[in-house]
Design a protein around this ligand. Sequence first.
Ligand SMILES: Nc1nc2c(c(=O)[nH]1)N[C@H]1C(S)=C(S)[C@@H](COP(=O)(O)OP(=O)(O)OC[C@H]3O[C@@H](n4cnc5c(=O)[nH]c(N)nc54)[C@H](O)[C@@H]3O)O[C@H]1N2
Ligand SMILES: Nc1nc2c(c(=O)[nH]1)N[C@H]1C(S)=C(S)[C@@H](COP(=O)(O)OP(=O)(O)OC[C@H]3O[C@@H](n4cnc5c(=O)[nH]c(N)nc54)[C@H](O)[C@@H]3O)O[C@H]1N2
Ligand code: SF4
Ligand SMILES: [Mo]
Length: 734
Amino acid sequence: MLFGRDKKNPIKIADKGVVEWKYATCGYCSTGCSIEVGIDRKGKAVASRGVADADVNRGKLCIKGIFEHELFESAGRGTTPLMREHRWDAFTPVSWDAALDRTASEIQRIQTAYGRDAFSIVSTGQIMTEEFYTLGKLARGVIGTNNYDGNTTLCMSSAVSGYKRSFGSDGPPGCYDDFEHTDCLLAFGSNLPEQHPVIFWRLRDTLERRRFPIIVVDPRVTMFAQMADVHLPIEPGTDVVLLNALAHVILDEGLADKSYIDAFTDGFDDFRALVAQYDPQTASRICGIDEDTIRNVARTYAKAGAAMTIWTMGINQSTHGSDGVVGINNLNLITGNIGKPGGSSLSITGQCNAMGTREWSSCSGLPGYRALEKPQDRDEIARFWGVDPAFFPDKRGMFMTDILPAIETGQIRGLWLVATNPMTSMPNTARIRKTLEKLEFLVVQDAYRDVETNEYAHVYLPAALWAEKEGCMTNTERRVNLIRKVSEPPGDAKADLWIFNQLASRFTRADGMEFPDQAEQVFDEIRQLSRGRMLDYSGMSYDKIEQHRGLQWPCSDGPSEWAGGDSGDGTRRLYADGRFAFPDGKARLIALPFVDNNERPDEEYPFWFNSGRVVEHFHTRTRTGKVGNQNKFSPTPYMEMNPDAAQELGIRHGEYARVVSRRGDAVVMVQTTQRVPNDMVFVPFHFHDCVNRLTLGLLDPHSRQPAFKQCAARIEPIADQAAAAVRNKAARAY
Ligand SMILES: Nc1nc2c(c(=O)[nH]1)N[C@H]1C(S)=C(S)[C@@H](COP(=O)(O)OP(=O)(O)OC[C@H]3O[C@@H](n4cnc5c(=O)[nH]c(N)nc54)[C@H](O)[C@@H]3O)O[C@H]1N2
Ligand SMILES: Nc1nc2c(c(=O)[nH]1)N[C@H]1C(S)=C(S)[C@@H](COP(=O)(O)OP(=O)(O)OC[C@H]3O[C@@H](n4cnc5c(=O)[nH]c(N)nc54)[C@H](O)[C@@H]3O)O[C@H]1N2
Ligand code: SF4
Ligand SMILES: [Mo]
């Protein structure tokens, strides 16, 4: 007799006729899942599956990874370079030579007329590490503009800045294995089940074997908050106050790890004096979390054998983003929770290779966490590249969020965008549109020709994406993983590496410099430049990375001081010995006074306007908008709104409503849900001409990251629902 499972019909999976599986790493989020792409007899990619023996995902993939092979034949891809005289002309297909010659000559014209920094480059977190490194060499060593940055300023720059302020270097100290060892997990502004589904699965997997408290800090009742033991629905933008209050209780009740503080940190006295002002009673009035809960969470965290904090955009995208990260680091330093199994400050990264750009693109300095300000770093790189060190600027130039306003003022005249779509992803769309219209020359290098920003371009360069090329990416836990070439790019689209090299060859300054055309040769340069450094890749090779399903740096071919010895198979945690990256080896405890500078709800605009993501879509939908399953599950710009607030305005579930801010408006479908409080609405930012028409995007003073999550809006019912449907549809062009 058959029971339970055995009685059911077995699941039938259609035979796709796969004859070969090729190794890659997912190109969406920073979880870094190992994927195999199935190739059929005709050489076509027909399936994707998780790699069973990969430590990251252990055979799992989320909905985006499962359909990732569909990208190869998705609509809207660029297949040939395009060019036009003025942005209002129609594009004409041209040869690569024509497009690249024009790009090189426009860069030279603008630099000659207005100065080197008048031409600007903004890249991404979504190309290969070898490509980032090559772009850096081109930008810093050949073109020589200091206004060179990436979209990571919209995403991870608060984490970078916070890590540098606390530990003396960027680099997340922890790893996913910390879930196996922790006794308490505190999560700030992260909706892990939707945004990093496989990291979340790793956490759930551990929880099935061993219970420990999960505390989620988020103004919304996210899916993560729903499974938490404690949910703290914080007043938007006040996480620093909560963090100061947690530290207050821990110090006040003698729960701090005094010996760790004495041995490994600096700045304790000033820090203690500041947090003394944030008693739970005072703090609760600002951050909206009651005193007892603050005390309980502080005690639970401090008394746990090992405790860890993770965070994502709820912290980074704030006017206190960098301070929020430092606050998290403070909490972990005073409880001795850095670099030990289960004790960590682990920033959950966003884009698939946001780490790779931080490490090797030279956006914020020079490759391998080197600084423009340090003579030795400048000399090393100048010698290695064969350039004059005096050609490098003295310090980093503008961030992405300062580059666009500098176009408005005429300081910047030309822009090259690589794999980023600011028309949809930057705050205050109306202003971005005006800015892009003002450019004398815009070149857009993207895998899709229908990316919104391309409407303002003079030259469009069609790029290969993901496994149409070879290279590495680094995930949240410092794991470098490999993407093999699985499919040919469509038409005449080319790998970004090829495009960078071709452009370099058009500048005389590149004569005598090396621009290798194989990704693996570029990887070898990276290996050499990394030897002995914290982000040591010297013990890696493509084959070894594939065999191990990714290797975590430092991974050295000799003993590494950063790994505390041999690290040939990679290193799980940084700072395990309590030695940090400042010259004196000590971490910094930093006092964080709180200044409330957000645009807050008022009578005219009574709602907090919060934005973020849904599981089905990735960012501006250039990719997921064209993959059938993803788009079917989430086809419409919608807004989470509390049912009581909706009723008061006479808006029913499923109706369209208008959201209005001081910047602009959008029409969205209302989903009434208790997930948001009475005075807040939440809209996913994936749709064009929607969320960022409203956002203000005040900047963090340290990281220049926009506060995407906080501004004020009002909601208006719409009488003519049919007209509203048309407007709503316009935001989902495909
Ligand atoms: N499916 C999918 N996955 C993705 C992406 C995607 O587009 N789609 N993008 C990737 C990228 S680049 C990133 S950066 C990550 C982002 O991953 P997450 O940061 O997890 O996602 P978000 O939805 O942007 O924001 C997370 C939460 O921050 C909360 N929040 C808002 N204000 C505050 C506040 O003041 N304090 C606190 N504590 N929380 C607040 C919001 O309510 C929201 O639930 O996701 C990555 N993964
Ligand atoms: N309101 C609001 N706005 C936000 C956020 C928010 O939470 N709220 N989040 C912010 C965050 S965290 C982020 S990371 C940004 C993301 O913002 P963007 O970077 O603008 O978003 P993407 O849609 O990922 O853009 C990447 C582009 O690269 C292209 N592409 C993909 N692969 C390749 C490749 O290999 N080569 C080339 N050349 N092109 C490629 C894609 O087609 C796409 O057009 O949005 C930010 N904007
Ligand atoms: S969790 Fe992230 S890395 Fe893994 S399959 Fe999904 S999108 Fe890709
Ligand atoms: Mo991001």
